[in-house]
Write a protein that binds this ligand. Structure first.
Ligand SMILES: Cc1cc2nc3c(=O)[nH]c(=O)nc-3n(C[C@H](O)[C@H](O)[C@H](O)COP(=O)(O)OP(=O)(O)OC[C@H]3O[C@@H](n4cnc5c(N)ncnc54)[C@H](O)[C@@H]3O)c2cc1C
Length: 324
């Protein structure tokens, strides 16, 4: 691969600075693709690890450990001499002055961390996606989603604690409330999570309790649309539904969640007593897109040119992977 001479203002004496935001699949791929390019790469991530998101649900259900699905970004790029890794949260991008504003999180003398800005010649924004609660942000603490390692550990904590609370319940109704798990959203994350919960309850935890039978765990998957896995062909959705039901999951479609409370989920008017709710119903693009100074769509996605650059800013590109 050859790289065109820089004709847009980088002093000839130094190599162009490529700043990559995010060390997920996209950011790492960008960095590695540029390993032989005559550029200075700085990859910035708010965590020190690359995360294999497809196996998050295994960590969430205690089937895998966090270290099984993560690797330090620094380690992954240690042999790539043109790459530097920084741990910082990117707060915003100034496309006009070609600056990335950072929060390093590092206190000095007990004072708030000084703000830092990093200049770039070329920028790749690859900061992924996060959950969308469709205007009900107050549901987030009651129904965590699954995107990061912290999310998976929190889901694992709630899932395992539910059995502990059920074991100590004072009456059968309270016990069943603790043993009822609701997964909201029948996309891939919701389907995977709902499918694995009954297996853990019925197999892994089967002999671990004296007062409760973990196999009595009730798992509901609530999907607002016509079918689960709506982005896949109908026959895949039908097969997924059959398989989930065979695993003991109660699948409800055309079922809109209208309220979530600490001890119940409302599906329309119906109150479903449940203390543990997980969210897999919506995605939105990284909020950084909104700082780029270009129009974004309702999900926060940035429209891009054929080469992924953002309109009017050929040196800045957006590598979003949000599903349609
Ligand atoms: C539970 C789950 C299961 C999945 N299963 C599959 C599957 O089976 N097959 C499949 O193809 N895809 C699957 N996906 C989707 C796939 O994982 C994503 O499409 C992919 O991870 C997106 O890569 P990315 O690099 O764009 O973003 P991410 O992997 O999300 O990486 C973004 C990076 O940016 C960092 N970051 C974000 N904001 C900031 C900031 N402000 N400052 C600094 N750093 C920041 C994050 O820490 C992260 O490291 C799954 C996703 C999930 C959540």
């Amino acid at each position: 691969m050859t790289y065109p001479a820089d004709t847009t203002g980088t002093p000839a004496a130094r190599r162009p600075r490529v700043v990559i935001l995010g060390g997920g699949f996209a950011g790492l791929t960008a960095a590695r693709t540029l390993r032989r390019a005559p550029v200075e790469i700085t990859l910035i991530d708010r965590t020190n690890h690359h995360l294999f998101q497809p196996l998050l649900y295994q960590v969430a259900t205690a089937a895998l450990d966090p270290s099984d699905i993560t690797a330090p970004i620094r380690f992954l790029l240690r042999r790539q001499e043109n790459a530097t890794v920084l741990l910082a949260r990117v707060e915003s991008v100034d496309t006009g002055r070609r600056l990335v504003h950072l929060d390093t999180g590092m206190e000095r003398d007990g004072k708030a961390p000084p703000k830092r800005s990093l200049p770039y010649d070329f920028l790749i924004v690859a900061t992924g996606a996060r959950h969308a609660y469709f205007g009900h942000e107050e549901w987030e603490p009651l129904a965590p989603g699954l995107k990061s390692l912290e999310d998976a550990i929190e889901i694992r904590r709630r899932f395992l604690l539910a059995f502990e609370h059920a074991e100590m319940a004072l009456d059968p109704d309270e016990e069943q409330e603790h043993l009822t798990f609701v997964v909201v959203g029948g996309g891939p994350t919701g389907v995977e999570l709902a499918g694995v919960l009954p297996q853990i309850a019925r197999r892994t935890l089967r002999r671990d309790f004296r007062h409760i039978d973990p196999a009595r765990a009730r798992v509901l998957l609530l999907e607002g649309g016509e079918r689960v896995l709506p982005a896949f062909p109908p026959e895949i959705s039908a097969r997924a539904r059959r398989d989930l039901e065979a695993l003991g999951v109660e699948v409800r479609t055309r079922c809109l969640v209208t309220r979530i409370e600490p001890d119940a989920v409302y599906a329309g008017e119906e109150r479903i007593p449940a203390r543990t709710v997980f969210w897999g119903a919506g995605n939105q693009a990284s909020p950084l897109g909104r700082t780029l100074g270009v129009p974004v769509d309702r999900a926060g996605r940035v429209p891009v040119e054929d080469d992924l650059s953002i309109p009017g800013h050929p040196r800045c590109s957006w590598w979003g992977t949000l599903p349609p």
